[in-house]
Write a protein that binds this ligand. Sequence first.
Ligand SMILES: Cc1ncc(COP(=O)(O)O)c(C=O)c1O
Length: 484
Amino acid sequence: MSSVSDHASNNLLSKIAISDQHGENSPYFDGWKAYDSNPYHPLKNPDGVIQMGLAENQLSFDSIEEWIKKNPTASICTTEGVGQFRDIAIFQDYHGLPQFRNAIASFMGRVRGNRVSFDPDRVVMAGGATGANELIIFCLANPGDAFLVPSPYYPAFNRDLSWRTGVRLIPVHCHSSNDFKITKEALEEAYENAIQSGINVKGVILANPSNPLGSNLEMQDLKDLVSFINQRQIHLVCDEIYSATVFNKPDFVSVAEIIQDMEFVNRDLIHIVYSLSKDMGLPGFRVGIVYSYNDVVVSCGRKMSSFGLVSSQTQLFLAKLLSDHAFIDKFLAESAKRLGARHQIFTDGLEEIGIKCLKSNAGLFFWMDLRSLLKDSSFEAEMVLWRVIINDVKLNVSPGSSFHCSEPGWFRVCFANMDEETVQVALKRIRKFVKGGKEIEIPKKAKRWQKSLRLSFSSRLLDEGTLMSPHSPIPHSPLVRART
Ligand SMILES: Cc1ncc(COP(=O)(O)O)c(C=O)c1O
């Protein structure tokens, strides 16, 4: 088979096809490869890799399954629903079914405690938040323009926002010293540096709640951000895909609420990206939304959504599901409760063996601090540790470098894509690992273990060679499935 470089040399393919700007050649996606080639199964493959690099919300499927059983008309594939088949099977244009747009707008309001309402006529469909993020960038920027992105940030932003649009991403580095909060100073510095280098900065884009931090912006921080973009008349794109995963205080505040209360904000600059992949746990449905306050963006975005329409069958189902307000309110409350409980089991389990995590209150993951386990404070050392975790401990967690974190030693751990038993197996593996191969009892006083944790790691880390897996190194794969 011909290689990418063969094609590059004879100009057979487009620049996009031969570039590696898809961002998938990072350890984040390599971890996927390792999992795919040796997936854990409690009976069939108990020594396989446990997938903890997947931000999926599988904790509340049972509620949706129950709803489906009680609502057979929500599908065209049932005796009760087949009467709608012809209407749904025919061509549907890019406006989407009216009942679907109404249901989405009302759902977005409910997720925000009905403190703000959304206009169904501003709901633009896309193929997941992945498609929605690319679509909004296509509407706002030209190739070579830039967006500022507070880091650490979601690794696939490089693929979704840059690869095909040609738009650059400029990280705004946030630090552990203030729990990775976005500061005005950091934003200003990144903005000024870019302008001085002749780069046209079109806006700021961020996920709120954050992936990977699992925390949401406080109201004042969001107001400051809106003031920042408003003063410079640049755009603000808030990816609010995790808005209903908030399980502890502070409550989620949407940029929609902020601009409702703030005077003198140019609303043409404000855009929300949303999806049902996380809050409802339906990433396979590929439902993404751009909600823009800018009329031209809505109009252009709607035409662009022809490239990523949500199937009418899915729209029909969701229109019915999301319009069942009693069910949705109960679902959202229960889902957040389950996420909070799972988060606690995991982080408590880690704390008992001396592993700390950034305080978090949202998302499907937490940000684990393994800085004290690095041989030195470098990204090379982070990679060494990550390879041990994936090859020897057999857990696919994602290293901070793939999130463009400026400090080595942080790892993102997903906790909502597995069952309770797998959580216990994962914790058991970590416990065994930190004790250098021996199974350990959970100590009553956690603090005691912090010292031994460091010792058992550092003695192993002395010789990097022993840490590398004796098995094959993980190959880079541009073909690896692009996931969350
Ligand atoms: C911040 C963020 N945006 C977008 C996406 C993509 O979501 P979707 O499955 O809806 O395309 C993800 C998925 O992990 C995400 O974390």
